[in-house]
Design a protein around this ligand. Structure first.
Ligand code: GLU
Length: 314
């Protein structure tokens, strides 16, 4: 095994519900990836949204990971490690510092648009759910009196990166999303800013997560550069979908950790996930630690973009 103590991966769940099979898949693959190279793995709690985040779900995330046989070297609710705190709700001052840097360099502007106003500007053919900010408040002469959100002025340039699983990626942020939010009008920090600040400060070198975040990676790489920081490597996994082709969500009770734990032992789940990833030929029961030497990016690269999971198969 190739040991590299500088490799650091992370799992960054939002505690807005019980994890599902897709979250377990991401956690397991990310853990195996860094452990196969002797790296470290950290758990960061992404509880930025005060309305949706619950401490109880953070506890359950930790419990489900332990049950599966996955442990973290840093982070979690105990805040173990060199760069605490590891819950985003406790890290506001870090985000404020980064925001100040962007503000000082003239890269931000206040935006007074409501979501409904932005939606009304979207082209009708845009049915993929993507929203492109139309630039309304870039040069606003007479701002309304309500509290603004803060957006970053994106540049019209191609962001290229090579994803360790999904391959070469090219995104022009001006076309794909436009100026994006750094801080909401209610003061909540936006995911894109928080994740960049945290991945940088925590020394994360490898970000593995679902491929619904490929565009986010481009936004994050761009923000890293604006802040003079070095981005990590990205590895975006196929999304697990239910039998109707929709990606698993925390509302899909049938594949939630709660139900899985009632019906199957952890070794069975690990075996199923590892076989799904193609790193073992068939779903033989295994512990995560047994699979460290089987992990391979080549297997992950051969997977389709979406994997359908029929809960009858489990
Ligand atoms: N907190 C995000 C989620 O639970 C993950 C973000 C990331 O891995 O960058 O979907």
């Amino acid at each position: 095994m190739n040991h590299d103590n500088d490799i650091k991966g992370r799992f960054a769940p939002s505690p807005s519900g019980r994890m599902h099979l897709g979250n377990l898949f991401t956690a397991l693959m990310s853990w195996l990836s860094v452990k196969s190279r002797g790296g470290k793995w950290l758990l960061r709690i992404e509880d930025l949204d005060p309305q949706r985040s619950r401490r109880e779900f953070s506890r359950l995330i930790e419990d489900d990971l332990h049950w599966l046989g996955i442990d973290w070297d840093e982070g979690g609710l105990a805040d173990t490690g060199p760069t605490p705190p590891y819950s985003q709700s406790q890290r506001s001052h870090r985000y404020a510092d980064a925001m100040q840097k962007l503000l000082d360099s003239g890269k931000t502007f206040p935006c007074y648009c409501t979501r409904a106003e932005i939606m009304a500007t979207q082209a009708p053919h845009q049915s993929d759910g993507r929203i492109v900010y139309p630039g309304t408040c870039r040069n606003l002469q007479s701002p309304p009196s309500r509290r603004p959100s803060t957006r970053v002025l994106v540049t019209d340039e191609l962001i290229d990166y090579t994803d360790l699983i999904a391959g070469p990626q090219h995104f022009n942020l001006a076309e794909e999303c436009g100026d994006f939010i750094l801080q909401r009008a209610d003061g909540a920090w936006a995911y894109q800013l928080a994740v960049v600040v945290d991945d940088a400060e925590m020394g994360v070198t490898e970000v593995m997560r679902g491929n619904d975040l490929l565009l986010s990676a481009a936004q994050q790489i761009w923000l890293f550069r604006q802040l003079g920081l070095t981005p990590p490597q990205y590895a975006h996994l196929p999304l697990l979908c239910n039998s109707s082709g929709q990606r698993l969500s925390k509302r899909d009770a049938s594949l939630s950790a709660e139900r899985l734990r009632r019906h199957l032992p952890p070794q069975a789940i690990t075996g199923i996930l590892a076989a799904m990833a193609g790193i073992i030929p068939s779903p033989e029961p295994a512990m995560p630690a047994d699979l460290v030497s089987s992990f391979s990016f080549d297997c992950l690269r051969r997977l389709p973009k979406q994997i359908i999971v029929d809960d009858d198969d489990l």
